[in-house]
Write a protein that binds this ligand. Structure first.
Ligand SMILES: Cc1cc2nc3c(=O)[nH]c(=O)nc-3n(C[C@H](O)[C@H](O)[C@H](O)COP(=O)(O)O)c2cc1C
Length: 173
């Protein structure tokens, strides 16, 4: 798969085969994630790997009933360490850089997953408070995304993407 094909064909997958994923692939996914750039190379990310059905069920409740979370053999909750980024870069670090850094890591992860034939869905609609409680996330860290990962059981169509001409601005907005 060439790089163009990789990001052109990546889709949010919300149905997964009932097949476990090896620990090795999880390590590879995290390795891809942590290769991302980060402000000052602070790397303010933490990853919680969830395989237990009972915890996934709790996450469904925290994520407005998105039941496909339980279908995914592996769910990764990506956290941003606001404290770490804030220590170096103040408000901008705590409120912006750590979010940008973790988002870059997530994008690396989901593209690598696609490269390995896996489907993912980036879930952002959830109660941060509830997810933090369920997973014992320390204060100072924010859960940024719930990532569902598994062998895809559906092939979603490419949704509308705004064309290059509509998003590009030359010299000034
Ligand atoms: C920050 C963010 C939050 C998202 N939250 C959800 C979500 O809560 N539930 C869901 O099913 N998809 C979620 N998605 C996936 C988007 O719906 C999806 O990326 C978009 O519709 C484009 O489809 P594509 O990923 O197949 O290109 C989220 C994506 C991002 C980047």
């Amino acid at each position: 798969m060439d790089f163009n094909e990789l990001f052109e064909n990546r889709r949010s997958v919300r149905s997964y085969k009932d097949e476990e994923l090896e620990e090795k692939i999880i390590f590879e996914l995290i390795k891809a994630a942590i290769s991302a750039p980060s402000a000052g190379n602070i790397q303010p990310w933490e990853f919680i790997i969830i395989r237990k059905k009972q915890i996934k069920e709790q996450l469904v409740m925290a994520a407005l009933g998105q039941t496909f979370i339980t279908e995914a053999p592996v769910v990764i909750v990506v956290c941003a360490d606001m404290e770490k980024s804030g220590k170096y870069y103040g408000k901008r670090g705590a409120e912006l850089y750590c979010i940008q850094d973790t988002a870059a890591a997530i994008e690396n992860l989901i593209l690598y997953a696609k490269f390995k034939g896996l489907g993912t869905c980036w879930i952002g609609a959830f109660s941060e408070k509830n997810v933090s409680e369920i997973l014992n996330i320390p204060s100072g860290l924010r859960p940024i995304a719930i990532i569902c990962i598994g062998l895809p059981a559906e092939t979603p169509k490419k949704p509308y993407k705004r064309p290059v001409e509509k998003v590009i601005h030359y010299e000034k907005f």
